[in-house]
Design a protein around this ligand. Structure first.
Ligand code: SF4
Length: 194
């Protein structure tokens, strides 16, 4: 029974693939990505450290699979600056700033100060038209959040894949904002329990 459960956990990478694919058909599925934001934080805040990263993260598994099983990774050591505190915390700050900006754009659409913008922004720079999706069944701000959130998820996946190819398979995990946040939470919990 236990063995069977482990096997299911080993296939969490499929959920990551399904999530990214669903966004192609209907951008509103991007809302499901909030689970990837909240579950790791809830697990860390409940004192289980980086269990999400170590066991449940589909993206981590996917990078592992692509890098090791599919041999897409050069398996080089990651440069030391990517491991440094200033880079990891700097990237987390940048990432969260972009997240808040995305929420602000959603608010602007909610308050009817601006119109729904139907595009995906890759690497916070390149706008990709995403006009084929039908968003008429929801309020424009709901769709705007989905476009923004999907952009973030796609961008972080692309960065993960680039770093997987250039360095070791799970090099993205070294500076992944979610990993940095759960690490910070775990450290502060450890200190407060001492
Ligand atoms: S560091 Fe990020 S990508 Fe890596 S396992 Fe943790 S949450 Fe997943």
């Amino acid at each position: 029974m236990k063995k069977n459960k482990k096997k299911i956990i080993d296939y969490m990478w499929i959920i990551s693939c399904i999530y990214l694919s669903l966004g192609l058909f209907n951008i509103l599925f991007a809302w499901l990505g909030l689970l990837c934001f909240s579950i790791p934080l809830i697990i860390s805040l409940s004192g289980r450290g980086k269990k999400y990263c170590n066991v449940y993260c589909g993206r981590g598994q996917l990078l592992d699979l692509m890098g090791n099983k599919l041999k897409m990774s050069r398996k080089k050591d990651i440069p030391s600056f990517l491991r440094s505190k200033w880079f990891r915390y700097g990237f987390l700050t940048f990432f969260m700033t972009m997240f808040v900006l995305m929420l602000f754009n959603t608010y602007m659409v909610f308050s009817e100060a601006s119109e729904l913008q139907k595009f995906i922004k890759i690497l916070w720079t390149f706008k990709l038209p995403w006009n084929w999706v039908n968003t008429s069944m929801v309020s424009p701000w709901v769709a705007q959040f989905a476009f923004g959130f999907y952009s973030i998820m796609l961008t972080s996946t692309i960065l993960g894949i680039i770093t997987m190819i250039l360095y070791k398979p799970r090099s993205w995990c070294v500076y992944c904002p979610m990993g940095t946040m759960t690490q910070l939470i775990s450290k502060s919990k450890y200190r407060s329990n001492k």
